[in-house]
Design a binder for this molecule. Structure first.
Ligand code: 5GP
Length: 208
């Protein structure tokens, strides 16, 4: 079984990450596994524990940190968010391409631990559009929107640490671009170690 790839999708709050991820999973359901994060933030209307997030108290979250159960974690607008390690390992070992939808601090932590990880930053076409989408979502109070915009300003500093910047103009086009980027990862030498070892062995036998 070939090991699955690991892709991190970040982007400003309101960039449409959630929508793009859902569309990717719907279109290529056998290929991808989306990691479900743990968070200490309160569920939004319609969110289900274990589906959007594993909702934890601050204390429970701190136990996960202490028990080294997370690949990475970060604080974002006063709440903890982190990626449980077990699921990511299991799914990659089962050959699935794993997707993490996380913010920049966590993304850079993952890249340090897993240099083969692919870093993609998703952005709306303009700041004007970003603001419109944040307000249009209607799930947040105005002060939270302000906080998220100021967080976006901080995150923009790290945009060039990502390998690819994908502009979210239409969801379909975005899904295709991201799908192609991820699928080309299977040709990284990292995922071809068996083939490389086999070639070397045969050549050694042949040439002596
Ligand atoms: P939201 O509260 O809108 O669901 O998420 C806020 C931010 O937290 C988003 O940028 C999202 O990508 C990020 N996030 C979600 N899960 C994780 C995680 O496991 N780790 C990190 N570092 N960030 C996360």
């Amino acid at each position: 079984m070939k090991k699955g790839t690991l892709t991190i999708l970040s982007g400003f709050s309101g960039a449409g990450k959630g929508t793009v991820m859902k569309a990717m999973l719907a279109k290529y359901e056998d290929r991808y596994a989306l990691s479900v994060s743990a968070t200490s933030r309160k569920p939004r209307a319609g969110e289900v524990d274990g589906r959007e997030y594993f909702f934890k108290t601050k204390e429970e979250f701190e136990e996960l940190i202490a028990g080294e159960k997370l690949i990475e974690y970060a604080k974002y607008v006063d709440n903890y968010y982190g990626t449980p390690a077990e699921y990511v390992e299991q799914q990659r070992n089962a050959g699935k391409d794993v997707l993490l939808e996380i913010e920049v601090q966590g993304a850079l932590q993952v890249k340090e631990k897993y240099p083969e990880a692919l870093l993609i930053f998703l952005t709306p076409p303009s700041v004007e559009e970003l603001k419109k989408r944040l307000i249009g979502r209607g799930t947040e109070e105005m002060d939270v929107i302000e906080q998220r915009l100021s967080r976006a300003k901080e995150e923009a500093v790290y945009m060039d640490r990502y390998e690819y910047i994908v502009v979210n103009d239409t969801v379909d086009a975005c899904v295709e671009r991201i799908h192609r980027l991820i699928q080309s990862q299977h040709d990284l030498a990292y995922y071809r170690q068996d083939l490389i070892a086999g070639m070397r062995e045969e050549l050694n036998r042949l040439v002596g």
